[in-house]
Design a protein around this ligand. Structure first.
Ligand code: ADP
Length: 432
């Protein structure tokens, strides 16, 4: 007889840091949450877990691949008994005319044998709102927010009904604010009226948390919902109202942290550069800068970085190893080595340092950079992360159990523009 593990929510996220962002909001809503990296190939212990987020890399992959990966994740989540499924994408609806939001949502609906889902990208607390189906970033329309210049998924149209209509052969509808202010029942009735007209995808307005609460109430019984991480914070209350979820007093409680603390930074985003400068102002001797040009020449710099970290860690003083540099320096390295090689050299060096130093006793590791985090996590052989308390919006502490290690590794994975200026020091102060 199989052991019944029944999770309440199973989510499929189209990228790694987006998965963590959703998981963080689910914890804040009151769910105990595990993030798995890719579709697990071995059994995962889901005891005391209410929600699982599968992190894929499907945002910019070819449509067929994104669909296949998402269906594999759906299959696995259904095996775990998920009551509701959530397809998570970016709050700026990152996609192209070909996909991947439309084709993935269509494939998931078809696999579930269902005929309708909602699209709720808004994350009002981060300035992402939707009005009359138009997505705003702060006070700018999406196509005037900087996202129109994104290298992979340029967003040149803020009208999401139109954007999604290019990605799916099915009719796309709208649930606007005038509907939402009438409450959950009226919104549900509007969705089913649209359903009777054959509308498969419904773009939903949301200006604030209250709108998200209404949408969560209206959609809690839908097999599949889709959206950004904002909706994730509103759903757990509805699961409790359905009697699916207990009130959990500390959903983000992790095992006590142990081991020494290390910061690795491969992010050159503006927020990270400020965090590096803040750390160095507080710990003038605490940082070691890596330079891709030197890394390309010999192994000497990486060995020096390792020796530097080992010395400081043995005296229990804070350590930051960083390749973060201003745009001019990054440009120079990219000109000399090529963009991909410069990035790969940094990611490899930071990953190898992480593996060695974790084996030597680092137990609290902060990594800055989305791609950098992905590289470090995969080098450490991590396949799942238990989600803990939030440090700053979108960035929680997490814990992973590494093979051969007794105590779990505490990990904070920060994508580029997240986190306050004192993030590299404060993160360790809130980890208790
Ligand atoms: P973010 O989340 O800020 O975008 P990422 O880690 O996703 O950060 O991306 C930063 C990329 O830049 C990584 O591939 C990293 O290896 C690369 N990189 C870091 N430092 C440098 C540098 N000094 N020169 C060139 N590339 C760099």
């Amino acid at each position: 007889m199989g052991i019944e593990t029944r999770i309440v929510l199973g989510a499929i996220a189209d990228d790694f840091t987006g998965a963590t962002d959703l998981a963080n909001n689910l914890v804040r809503g009151g769910m105990r949450c595990l993030q798995v990296i890719g579709v697990p190939s071995e059994a995962v212990n889901l005891q005391d877990i209410d929600a699982v987020v599968v992190a894929l890399k499907s945002r910019s992959s070819p449509v067929d691949e994104a669909v296949a990966d998402s269906l594999a994740a759906l299959g696995w989540l259904r095996q775990q008994g998920a009551r509701q499924l959530f397809f998570k994408y970016c709050s700026t609806f990152d996609s192209t005319n070909e996909g991947n939001i439309g084709p993935v949502a269509d494939a998931l609906l078809e696999a579930l044998g269902d005929s309708q889902t909602v699209m709720v990208p808004a994350f009002p607390i981060n300035g992402r709102t939707v009005y009359q189906g138009h997505l705003f970033v702060g006070d700018r329309l999406l196509n005037d927010s900087g996202m129109q210049h994104h290298p992979l998924t340029p967003m040149t149209d803020a009208d999401l009904v139109r954007v999604l209509s290019r990605q799916t052969p099915h009719p796309v509808g709208l649930a606007n604010r005038a509907v939402l202010i009438q409450g959950g029942d009226a919104t549900r009735a509007h969705l089913s009226a649209l359903g009777e007209q054959g509308v498969r995808h419904v773009i939903c307005d949301s200006l604030d948390e209250q709108d998200l609460d209404v949408l969560a109430e209206a959609t809690v019984l839908m097999p599949l919902v889709t959206g950004g991480s904002g909706l994730g914070q509103a759903l757990p209350a509805q699961y409790r109202a359905q009697g699916w979820l207990d009130t959990i007093s500390e959903p983000g409680r992790l095992s006590p942290p142990s081991g020494s603390a290390l910061v690795l930074s491969g992010s050159c985003s503006r927020a990270t550069l400020g965090q590096v400068a803040d750390f160095l102002a507080k710990h003038p001797d605490g940082g070691f800068a890596l330079d891709p040009l030197a890394l390309a020449e010999s192994e000497q710099q990486q060995q020096q970085a390792l020796a530097f970290a080992q010395k400081r860690l043995s005296s229990n003083t804070p350590v930051l190893i960083y390749a973060s540099a201003d745009p001019e320096k990054v440009n120079a390295a990219q000109q000399a080595l090529g963009v991909a090689r410069a990035g790969a050299l940094v990611e490899k060096a930071l990953s190898q340092l992480a593996v060695t130093l974790v084996n030597e006793g680092v137990g609290r590791l902060l990594v800055a950079g989305g791609e950098t985090s992905g590289a470090v996590v995969s080098s450490l052989g991590i396949t799942s992360l238990r989600i803990g308390e939030q440090i700053d919006p979108g960035v929680p502490w997490t814990q992973a159990q590494l093979p051969g290690h007794e105590a779990p590794l505490s990990l904070a994975l920060k994508s580029g523009n997240f986190g306050g200026v004192d993030f590299f020091t404060r993160a360790f102060e809130v980890l208790v």
